[in-house]
Design a protein around this ligand. Structure first.
Ligand code: FCB
Length: 448
């Protein structure tokens, strides 16, 4: 049980939490939730593993109190979750779903009763179907609707939210969904990608304004970061890596922290941006109170003239991999954050809002010994600790994820949970990694 020893050295006000998101766990069929872009996507042949969807997921709507107990009993002091937009506004008539309001009231009460800090995300990818049908993030009306949705959340729940993230991973919402087409709505088009990359940031900016008008003082956004490396030192590969870094990281970093877009990429995407994109950047770059970083792996990038538009591809590296095929590269977390702090955030508080791994977990005698996951977490926690001692202002760390859940286009095939979910009967079985956190976190709480 020495793997998580490093936890003992973390400062006593450091927040450890677990993370989830609405569509991945709640179960769309419960509580009069509307349909979303992901329900549409799941109906398209070949888009999701075995055509699976989030209709039932972890039935969290029914099991949420047990799930919150798992957070609490695991020794964590915070819970990152997302509101479901289609659950709160199921139809295109602007009417709020009272069952949705009731659920989040109960969820927040449950968190506060357990002394768990609510870290809310407003958009973790479930877009109401009626907005998706009207062009989704390509239609500026969606931005307008997002501010209305933000307003509802602030009025109903704002006083109980410890922190708010507007958007989870704008790169996934735009590039992964509109260029690579791997996420809903599954489009592969450069013009659409540029619009989505801009509109999702503007949605952040406008939502931020709304939250400020309400008076909340702990607002941020969650970015997924990857450490980008060129395949080798050839100029064409270095250029490809630089461009990919601009797409994955700097487009969002520059916009949010500097009110501009990175030069090389802007040259390519400018024709597809709105004329007044510069004005929008002023809204996008308004001050935030913290930044969330999701880190999983690195990206090795190689020039490839056969690839459309950008002439690069991301290739598979040689390090040991998780069940997602993602290389395990804890050093990348340190590299990414050091670079980010130096170039953008200075002493802005940072939360690691997601980190974790998919593993082919098996039950043996009622137990799940997920040694690989324990090793993954302990290596990444050591990186976080190294950052802390070099005076980087990291305030918290959230394990992805509390539960095995609907892993987007991979359906239920990939298991990221600290807690195993048997999807046949919704039974939860804590894995060894959950016990590892519990042992260290509870002991630490007593000692502090
Ligand atoms: C992140 C997502 C999260 C989960 C993990 C594995 O990109 O935010 O919902 O799918 O990856």
């Amino acid at each position: 049980m020495r793997d998580f020893e490093i936890i003992n050295s973390f400062p006593s006000d450091f927040i450890f939490g677990t993370a989830t998101s609405s569509y991945q766990i709640e179960g769309q069929k419960y509580g009069k939730c509307g349909l979303s872009n992901w329900d549409t996507f799941a109906n398209k042949p070949g888009k999701i593993f075995k055509g699976q969807n989030g209709k039932i997921a972890c039935s969290h709507i029914l099991n949420y109190l047990d799930d919150l107990d798992l957070v609490k009993n695991g020794g964590f002091s915070a819970y990152r979750f997302s509101f479901s937009w289609p659950r709160l506004f199921p139809h295109d008539n602007g009417k709020v779903n009272p069952e949705g309001i009731d659920f989040y009231n109960r969820l927040l009460d449950g968190l506060l009763e357990r002394n768990l800090r609510p870290f809310a995300t407003l958009y973790h990818w479930d877009l109401p179907k009626y907005l998706d049908d009207n062009g989704g993030w390509l239609n500026s009306e969606t931005i307008h609707k997002f501010t209305e949705y933000t307003n509802l959340i602030m009025n109903k729940f704002g006083d109980r939210l410890f922190s708010i993230a507007t958007i989870n991973e704008p790169w996934c919402v735009s590039w992964l969904s509109y260029y690579w087409g791997e996420h809903a709505p599954g489009i592969k088009n450069i013009e659409a990608t540029a619009s989505a990359m801009h509109n999702i940031l503007l949605a952040h900016g406008r939502s931020l304004q709304e939250i400020r008008d309400y008076g909340h003082k702990n607002v941020g956004i969650v970015l997924n970061k990857t450490h980008v490396v060129p395949y080798n030192n050839f100029e064409e590969n270095k250029f490809a890596a630089q461009l990919y870094d601009q797409i994955h990281n700097k487009w969002f970093d520059d916009a949010i922290f500097k009110g501009q877009y990175p030069k090389e990429l802007l040259k390519i995407l400018r024709p597809f941006l709105p004329n007044n994109y510069d004005n929008d950047l002023k809204i996008i770059s308004k001050k935030i109170d913290w930044i969330g970083i999701n880190y999983y792996t690195r990206a090795i990038v190689k020039n490839d003239p056969k690839e459309r538009n950008f002439q690069f591809k991301v290739i598979s590296g040689k390090l040991p991999k998780t069940d997602m095929g993602w290389e395990i590269y804890p050093e990348g977390l340190g590299l990414v954050i050091n670079d980010f702090v130096k170039n953008y955030t200075n002493d802005l508080p940072i939360y690691i809002t997601e980190n974790g791994m998919a593993n082919r977990d098996t039950i043996d005698n009622g137990k799940i010994e997920d040694k690989n996951r324990i090793s993954y977490y302990s290596k990444h926690l050591k990186e976080v600790y190294n950052l802390l001692i070099s005076n980087i202002k990291i305030k918290g760390y959230f394990a992805w994820s509390l539960l095995d859940n609907f892993e987007w286009s991979f359906g239920y095939d990939k298991r990221f949970g600290l807690v195993y979910v048997d999807f046949k009967n919704q039974k939860r079985i804590p894995k060894s990694s959950w016990y590892m956190f519990k042992n260290y976190l509870i002991r630490k709480k007593k000692a502090d």
